[in-house]
Ligand binder design. Structure first.
Ligand code: HDE
Length: 708
């Protein structure tokens, strides 16, 4: 017989409720609606549930009874909780927000969302990695998806972009091959979320059109510090169409307000272990704390004459138009200000489709875009289980809609009344509107039906080189290191050589650096190029992350390692200077809970040193007391904290008392201008100003293989 036995102590933690528990005969604990003043639990059919802890049995120790409908329904539903993960971009994270139009763009487009200055339109964004499965780690070296759904008054507009403005392939028919090659090899099912394996580089080495994208994918862009510090690109050339039915070509770019930032590769590897949800947590924390990430939408607009005069084919998705040649114009901003209530219902079930365009936005003949317009609708049927996925709230338009589509799995909204077709004589139901409806731009089309790649797509190296020479020396070094790392995991020598043969067509120094690190005895011949002469394009500074730094620490995070006896005044000055900069501070202590400062006050810590390595922070400060530093220096985690911050080229602030720790971490003899002594409040101001530089990349050549 159940009897009331325990009443747990009330907790003062927010959200923890008084626990009135009833113990059953077998010792299991029951919380009842009666003792908890809670709604009565029901089955999915609405039937009230009396006991959710014990199945129905024939005798207390006997077999289960088939008429336990509650048990069967509960298990049935659980067994079907999973849906197929996305074949690419499986791991993602989304947020709600809005798009705000700066000024009317009526001269270029009749799209309703661009007509009125200051108008806000609801939006949902999903960021993702591409290759890894749903449970893979956030810091994979990979392209990031940047998919935006804007719920306009004339239907949903999905701009399904990436954080890089070009792509690996020129024709959608190659997409399954690209993805098969990039994901785990089919016999062994590894490596997970990595392109560092034979199949990927085999395919790439046999696909010269991928070379420009490879430069991007091997650059720091592939290991962003945060979704908040990434650009987004629509990639393809689209069309704007105005009320006079005139078309302007357009490329879409999202520019993060807080600037671009990436991490070091060695850091990415460690973040994946320390916090595989690093990017998710970052977005969650910043939105929950009211620091709403923001991007500006910029457009590159051009006409047919520009397209005809441009060195490359604007329909080729492996090419970009340098911003210096065609400066993008700001047209609005995207603000993310609300996390989903439920991850599955919204982020997992959201269905992006490139073919979702409102009147005023149209497609170009980019063969990749045209292929995508088939794939995205098709894939939702598999993933979401039927044709009615637009009935799911996250996918439903927020404007009035009316059509005669009906029935099918999970139909939530069927036409009401007798009429489910048109034309009809009953005067009911929606009608087509030649005035308001979407009319495809009447682009001319002619020529034989043919499978042929246009010659105008054939120059695969000029823009790859342009990207490479536009990077700073540190960024170029990262590209060489990334290629070396990836190819070092390739077991077949001829594949490694074939990649180097392509690099020779991009940059000889890059090729020879990689070849030397790979231990190639002889340099391969340059790969045969379809176009004889590579164009020597001007560098485009817009392509570098380092050259476009924010110069501010805003939105970043300082990790402060403290011990008992930490200088209370200094800690306070540092915390308030960083907070004033609209950046965050996290305190890391030797023990869970916190420390007692020099003035006897309690300093709460967010992390214990074992769980708060420096890779989780953009910069660090090390503030042990003289009494506690020796013990701290015996902790491997504390030594790693400092040594890693140093080798990842971070700024390090420290008190004099930290020197024994710096010594044991092996950096005391290599102190440079990025290691800043914090004596007084004046030092604090200078330190926080320096933090805006984010990294001291000039330190990197001196830091080899993790040793200072
Ligand atoms: Fe995708 N892509 N893709 N892709 N893609 C999908 O759609 C596809 C491409 C991108 O957060 C799938 O719903 C083809 C370029 C993002 O839900 C699928 C081709 C760009 C997302 C699909 C491409 C992207 C996807 C898988 C070559 C950047 C995640 C699940 C023709 C401009 C959206 C799904 C989200 C997802 C097909 C190439 C971006 C299978 C056939 C280029 C951000 O339909």
């Amino acid at each position: 017989m159940a009897k009331k036995t325990t009443k747990a102590a009330p907790s003062d933690s927010a959200g923890i409720h008084d626990q009135s528990l009833v113990r059953g005969a077998g010792g299991e604990l029951h919380q009842t609606a009666e003792t908890h003043d809670a709604p009565v639990m029901t089955t999915a059919q609405g039937g009230p549930v009396a006991d959710d802890q014990n199945t129905l049995r024939i005798g207390a120790r006997g077999p289960l009874a088939m008429d336990d409908f509650h048990f069967r329904e509960k298990l049935f539903h659980f067994d079907h909780e999973r849906i197929p993960e996305r074949v690419v971009h499986a791991r993602g994270y989304g947020a709600h927000g809005y798009f705000e139009t700066y000024d009317s763009l009526a001269a270029y487009t009749k799209a309703d969302l661009f007509q009125r200055k200051g108008e806000k339109t609801p939006a949902f964004v999903r960021f993702s990695t591409v290759a890894g499965n749903k449970g893979s780690a956030d810091l994979a070296r990979d392209v990031r998806g940047f998919a935006v759904k804007i719920y306009t008054k004339e239907g949903n507009w999905d701009l399904v972009g990436n954080n890089m403005p070009v792509f690996f392939i020129q024709d959608a028919i190659k997409f399954p091959d690209l993805v098969h090659a990039a994901k785990q090899e089919p016999d062994r099912d590894f490596p997970q979320a990595q392109t560092a394996h034979d199949n990927f580089w085999d395919f790439i080495s046999l696909t010269p059109e991928s070379m420009h994208m490879i430069m991007w994918a091997m650059s720091d862009r592939a290991i962003p510090r945060s979704f908040r510090f990434m650009e987004g690109f629509g990639v393809h050339t689209f069309r704007f169409v105005n009320a006079k039915d005139e078309s302007t070509f357009v490329k879409f770019h999202w520019k993060p307000k807080l600037g671009l930032q990436s991490v070091a590769w060695n850091e990415a590897v460690k973040i994946n272990g320390a916090d595989p949800d690093f990017h998710r947590r970052d977005l969650w924390q910043s939105i929950q704390s009211g620091n709403f990430p923001e991007w500006e939408l910029q457009v590159q607009l051009f006409d047919q004459a520009f397209a005809d005069s441009f060195d490359f084919d604007v329909l080729d998705p492996t090419k970009l138009i340098p911003e210096e040649i065609l400066p993008p114009q700001p047209v609005g901003r995207l603000v993310l200000d609300r996390m989903p209530d439920n991850f599955f219902a919204e982020t997992e079930q959201v269905a992006f489709m490139t073919q979702n365009v409102p009147p005023g936005i149209d497609f170009s003949n980019d063969p990749l875009l045209q292929g995508r317009n088939f794939s995205y609708l098709d894939t939702q049927l598999k993933r979401l289980g039927g044709p009615n996925f637009t009935h799911i709230p996250i996918n439903a338009p927020k404007c009035p809609f009316a059509h005669f589509q009906q029935d099918g799995h999970m139909a939530m909204r069927n036409p009401v009344g007798r009429v489910n077709y048109q034309p009809n004589s009953w005067g009911e139901g929606p009608r087509e509107s030649p005035v308001k409806g979407f009319r495809h731009f009447p682009a001319e089309g002619q020529g034989p039906k043919i499978r042929l790649r246009p010659e105008s797509f054939a120059d695969h190296y000029s823009q790859a080189r342009q990207f490479y020479i536009s990077q700073t020396p540190a960024e170029q070094r990262h590209i060489a290191n990334a290629l070396t790392f990836e190819l070092s995991k390739v077991e077949t020598p001829v594949i490694r050589e074939r990649v180097v043969s392509h690099l020779l067509n991009i940059d000889e120094t890059l090729a020879s650096t990689v070849a030397a690190k790979l231990g190639l005895k002889t340099m391969p011949k340059p790969a045969d190029a379809a176009v004889e002469t590579r164009q020597d394009l001007e560098p485009s500074p817009a392509l570098s992350i380092a050259l476009n730094g924010p110069e501010r620490f805003e939105g970043r995070k300082l990790g402060i390692l403290v011990t008992d006896g930490v200088d209370a005044a200094l800690l306070k000055a540092l915390t308030s200077a960083v907070t004033k900069e609209k950046a965050m501070v996290e305190i890391i202590a030797p023990k869970v809970g916190g420390v007692t400062a020099s003035d006897g006050s309690w300093v709460a810590a967010q992390q214990m040193i074992d769980g708060g390595p420096s890779v989780l922070y953009d910069a660090v400060a090390v503030l042990p007391s003289p009494e506690a530093v020796d013990e701290l220096a015996t902790e491997a985690t504390a030594r790693d904290f400092v040594a890693d911050a140093f080798q990842h080229c971070k700024f390090i602030g420290h008190v004099e008392a930290a020197m024994p720790l710096l010594k044991k971490a092996g950096i005391a003899d290599s102190l440079d201008e990025g290691v800043i002594a914090l004596g007084s409040a004046k030092d604090v101001a200078a330190f926080v100003k320096e933090l805006g530089k984010l990294r001291l990349w000039s330190r990197e050549p001196g830091v080899k293989h993790g040793k200072a």
